[in-house]
Design a protein around this ligand. Sequence first.
Ligand SMILES: Cc1cc2nc3c(=O)[nH]c(=O)nc-3n(C[C@H](O)[C@H](O)[C@H](O)COP(=O)(O)OP(=O)(O)OC[C@H]3O[C@@H](n4cnc5c(N)ncnc54)[C@H](O)[C@@H]3O)c2cc1C
Length: 382
Amino acid sequence: MGSKCDVIVAGGSIAGLVFAAEAAKRGVKVLLAEEHSDVGEPEKCDGLVSLRGLRRYGHAPSEIVIQNRIASGLVHSPSGKEMAVNASALDVVVVDRSGFDKQALQKAESWGAEVRLGIRAGDLRESGDGVTVKVGGRTVDAKYFVDATGPASSPRSGIIPAAKYEIEADWVRERVVEVFLDAELYPGFFAWVIPFGAGVAKVGVAGRGIDSFGTLEKFLAKRPHRVLRKVAAPIYVGGPARRFVEGRKVFVGESAGQVKPTTAGGITTSIAGAVIGARWVSDSVQLGDRGLLENYQPDWEGRFMNEMKSMLRLRSVFEKLTNKDLDSLVSVLSTSKLLRKLAESDFDFHASALLGALGIPGLLKVAGVVASAEARSLLSGS
Ligand SMILES: Cc1cc2nc3c(=O)[nH]c(=O)nc-3n(C[C@H](O)[C@H](O)[C@H](O)COP(=O)(O)OP(=O)(O)OC[C@H]3O[C@@H](n4cnc5c(N)ncnc54)[C@H](O)[C@@H]3O)c2cc1C
């Protein structure tokens, strides 16, 4: 490829690579630049994802990158109460994110996308009918620029510090994801243990304003373990960006805020953004009609916006709860009917499932056990 192509993609992680594969499959000339010298590295993501969601968008991982299948989730309240959700029907797996990204690279290249590693793309200039972008030392002309640069471009206010270790430990439950709630230790988020095999887990903490490594060390202090790898990477919980398209610049994945505001899971929603975005960008290229880009955001929002709004609502309540509230909630929510409904729900639409299963009477009951006046009014005003 010379110094001209149809689309330049900045960022060679899951959103950029899936975008490149999908657009190249439609005959679009794509040049993708990834600043790291290898795709999937350094690996920061835990890879907890629903196979159902990935199949829906045609990008399920091959067996070789599936590290574990999850049977249940266990939520611990600050005082040690527990709520167990059966996840065996939810099709939730842990993938090796680096391996998964490398599969996406293979797809992109096999469809003819040019992927260049170890270089940055940026310094965008728009002209009437195209863009000029610096890709490494070269200036490249294209019709559109796709920003798949991840958290670098996502809205700042939604970013929470986080740290995670991969560890070996004999207390890890092989098929159980554990979540530890504590509004004082992990304000606005939680600690988690995601097993990726027998006796190995990805263990992390996130919280507003916390010293993430110090907090993780404290979490692990009473739990004997051997560290295999340490990672610090902020998570994003701020919800979708206001605009996915600005002129000839198109945002996909985390840079468009296509991430769940409850758990910060972004693999499926980012892949969906890449698949949907690639469809509209490709049509725009092929039909020479920039106006078609305007279909991308409503298309993605039509599938995810209700769920995103429910998640943002749950987050705003969650951020106001005290430890006493969290204890009461874990007790109140552990009813067999609710747990059964959650066990049958869709992992990618868990907030709508929870709110739907509770209904108005359930929400009022929940509001009744919550001490925080702000959280109570948010719940009962719903
Ligand atoms: C600690 C942690 C745990 C997580 N666990 C989960 C999980 O279990 N399940 C889940 O679904 N989600 C999880 N996520 C979220 C998930 O990792 C992201 O939502 C997803 O990776 C977003 O993909 P992306 O391609 O949009 O961005 P990213 O994966 O952030 O990739 C952006 C890429 O762009 C590159 N880049 C940036 N600027 C430039 C430039 N100018 N030129 C070239 N390249 C550039 C970066 O190097 C990077 O490779 C987790 C996130 C974190 C931080």
